[in-house]
Design a protein around this ligand. Structure first.
Ligand code: ADP
Ligand code: MG
Length: 339
């Protein structure tokens, strides 16, 4: 199983979770889905039913979006690349539209047509390797979000060239976390933590009325220090993209799973990008986009979005922040704004 990034959520919140058993009914369950461990802890009289419904919903979303599941809508879109437009659910259509919006905003740093690159590099699979420049160029010819053809009326998605493919790995966990949150709210839950492999929804506040405290993993942890900062707050989602989550090393170079669509190589500008906001699908997209754009352009993008806060860590371990919630971050070491 992969080691998860953000999120020492268990460590940081475990005292609360343990101490709060008496004050309200609690349900906590972990399942493996969306290629990661998902944990939901909820408080309230209907916690058990709520968590079961939330996990069922996340499983449904996972089945819809998994490019490696031949029955998913995403697979159907990919199988028909260069052949015909594919009618999809309103849900998948809207998700692709959302991705397209942020692809435009990020000048293509976030691009769901990265699938040929994902398949070529095979990061995290048995066959992972460093491809040659010609192979990368060939894959890159098929990577371009502007070529996706969306038909609003017919709700179809069309990839016009054979070999193109979409991969919703950069948004799926966030979207699933949003859906899980909706399920918990429908069951009257006002205090819960959803951890979808580093995509956290801290719903409401802790059952004792205090703010949630979420630890953000240090991208280069040491024995005595594995958290770079802690975010305290109520009712927010926090998502981190890092180069330490899925990678392999060759000749002392780290090759990880977030690609720069401009080069076809793993993005090099940052080693971790954390995004905080009111919607986890968007925070997930933006954590990937900011990671690819690097500190200057990434934080410039964040400053255009009034509800979004971001924290980035550069390869030199400088920590930079942008957005309205900056003062809610506590730093645990010498790192801080501009270090
Ligand atoms: P994680 O899935 O590990 O939380 P991210 O949210 O940053 O990390 O998403 C990375 C995943 O998104 C990759 O595994 C791949 O499937 C896909 N991806 C990689 N590069 C990009 C990119 N530039 N734009 C959109 N999706 C990407
Ligand atoms: Mg992401």
């Amino acid at each position: 199983m992969r080691i998860k990034p953000v999120i020492l959520v268990f460590v940081v919140t475990s005292l609360c979770l343990a101490g709060c058993d008496q004050v309200s009914v609690k349900e906590r369950r972990t399942e493996f889905l969306l290629d990661t461990a998902v944990t939901i802890a909820a408080y309230g009289p209907q916690a058990k039913e709520a968590v079961a419904a939330a996990l069922a919903e996340m499983n449904r979303v996972a089945d819809l979006l998994d490019a490696n599941n031949p029955d998913s809508e995403v697979s159907l879109i990919n199988r028909n690349a260069g052949r015909k437009p594919v009618p999809v659910s309103a849900e998948v259509f809207e998700l692709v539209e959302l991705c397209q919006h942020y692809s435009q905003m990020s000048s293509g740093a976030f691009d769901i047509t990265v699938r040929p690159l994902v398949e070529l590099w095979g990061i995290g699979n048995k066959d992972e390797y460093v491809p040659g420049p010609e192979e990368i160029d060939r894959a890159l010819e098929l990577v371009d979000y502007r070529q996706i053809i969306l038909d609003q009326q017919k709700k179809t998605v069309y990839l016009p060239r054979a070999g193109m493919g979409i991969d919703l790995g950069g948004v799926g966990k966030g979207y699933a976390a949003d859906r899980a949150r909706e399920m918990l709210l429908e069951h009257g839950i006002s205090s819960a933590l959803i951890d979808a492999g580093g995509n956290i929804w801290a719903l409401g506040e802790r059952p004792d009325g205090k703010p949630w405290r979420i630890g953000i993993r240090h991208p280069r942890p040491k024995a005595d220090r594995n958290v770079v900062a802690v975010l305290s707050g109520r009712d927010f989602t926090i998502v981190t993209s890092g180069d330490y989550e899925r990678f392999f090393q060759r000749n002392n170079i780290r090759y990880h799973h977030i690609f720069n669509p401009a080069t076809g190589l793993p993005a090099r500008g940052l080693i971790s990008a954390t995004v905080v906001g009111p919607n986890s699908a968007e925070a997930d997209i933006l954590s990937t986009a900011v990671f690819v754009l690097g500190a200057d352009q990434g934080l410039a993008l964040v400053r255009q979005l009034p509800q979004i806060t971001a924290m980035v860590v550069t390869p030199d371990l400088d920590v930079l922040l942008a957005g309205p919630l900056q003062s809610y971050f506590e730093f645990t070491g010498k790192e801080g704004v501009g270090r």
